[in-house]
Write a protein that binds this ligand. Structure first.
Ligand code: SF4
Length: 361
């Protein structure tokens, strides 16, 4: 039965166990889906097939693009370089404001056009001169087996790996998942359990646990993104509380991006985020001692650029994803020598703001 039920793109899944009641429990994310024969989990891409759980999207992608690394967003990780980006289908959260819902809500067979092995992805990244490969567009936690195999193939070729994730993962799976990543951008979607419950169909605490784990237990370079949604998670009081937690648990050096919402998916009647809201959030976080706080999805020279915490000079000028003046020697401010945390080379990359769809074969 197990073999008959498998399709070509099914791959044995990890992080599950049998329960006394006969169901199989997926233990990859905090939903702990309990699966009867043939049943799919909340994420849709993990399914029970006979006496095992399978990942149904292994080796299949919703498409590949070469993006600027700043688009992930990562501002302190090989600035100016290109990153080969892809996702699959499905998601383990149910955000009503999802900005990638055509992918995350896709049922895999109507979306997944490009078959690509881990080795082919790594080889394509090298051929295109990409310094890293990003698992993005939908959450790589749900396709962890595929992402980790691809990460191994990339590292064999000297290519770095980036997870763009909501950090919604169990204590059990977290160490192995992030051991395969060189960098991550983690969404902190709000700072109340109520918001996560009502708008994301999830919980806040596992996300906080992921952030603390990354900070204390790993060498993964990570940055945090909060999409500010008018009237939902953008109050000064909420940003203030979040900033207190952030400074106390992550410290002053983890970059934080406040990005602008645009009406999408099930929140079409909510307006765009005013730039002033982003700036206010940035000011609150900076006042708590967080050194690298950015605004995103807007043209904002002050909020988009990196400023030296030592002397106040601009060290990397940015306009949206485009770099301007660059005043770093390696990771040091040219004016005062202060070290900027992150991964910087002698020269920035020159990819610019281009987004280029590519085929992997
Ligand atoms: S990864 Fe998918 S199947 Fe597993 S617990 Fe999460 S939503 Fe359920």
């Amino acid at each position: 039965m197990a073999t008959d039920a498998l399709r070509a793109s099914d791959h044995p899944a990890r992080w599950w166990r049998s329960r006394p009641d006969g169901r199989l429990e997926c233990r990859l994310c905090p939903r702990y889906c309990k699966l009867q024969e043939g049943q799919r989990g909340f994420c849709f891409v993990r399914q029970r097939a006979g006496d095992q759980v399978v990942l149904t999207t292994y080796g299949r992608s919703s498409g590949f693009c070469v993006d600027p690394i700043e688009k992930k967003p990562l501002n302190h990780f090989l600035p100016g370089t290109s990153v080969l980006s892809f996702g699959t289908a499905g998601c383990n959260l149910g955000c009503q404001f999802c900005q990638n819902w055509d992918i995350s809500k896709a049922r895999e067979f109507d979306r997944l056009g490009d078959a690509a092995s881990p080795a082919a992805i790594a080889a394509t990244a090298r051929r295109l001169g990409c310094r890293s490969v990003a698992f993005t567009y939908n959450d790589p936690v749900i396709f962890a087996e595929y992402a980790l195999d691809t990460g191994r193939a990339c590292r064999d070729l000297g290519i770095k790996t980036v997870a763009v994730t909501a950090g919604y993962i169990t204590d059990e799976a977290r160490p192995e998942f992030f051991a395969g990543m060189d960098a991550a951008n983690v969404d902190l979607k709000g700072f109340t359990e109520e918001f996560y419950h009502r708008r994301c169909l999830g919980q806040l605490q596992p996300v906080l646990d992921t952030l603390v784990f990354l900070r204390n237990e790993t060498r993964v370079w990570f940055e945090v993104t909060t999409l500010l949604i008018p009237g939902e998670n953008d109050s000064a009081a909420e940003i203030d509380r979040a900033s207190d937690w952030y400074a106390a648990h992550l410290g002053p050096d983890v970059p934080w991006h406040f990005t602008a919402f645009h009406p999408d998916f099930k929140m079409l009647n909510t307006p765009r985020t005013p730039p002033a809201t982003l700036t206010r959030a940035r000011d609150i976080a900076r006042a708590k001692g967080i050194k690298f706080v950015y605004t995103g999805n807007v043209h904002d020279a002050a909020g988009g650029s990196t400023w030296c915490p030592g002397c106040g000079a601009v060290v990397i000028e940015r306009d949206w994803y485009e770099l301007g003046a660059y005043h770093l020697d390696g990771n040091r401010c040219r004016a005062c020598g202060c070290a900027i945390p992150g991964l910087f080379e002698r020269q920035p990359g020159r990819w610019g703001a281009r987004r280029q769809p590519v085929r992997v074969s």
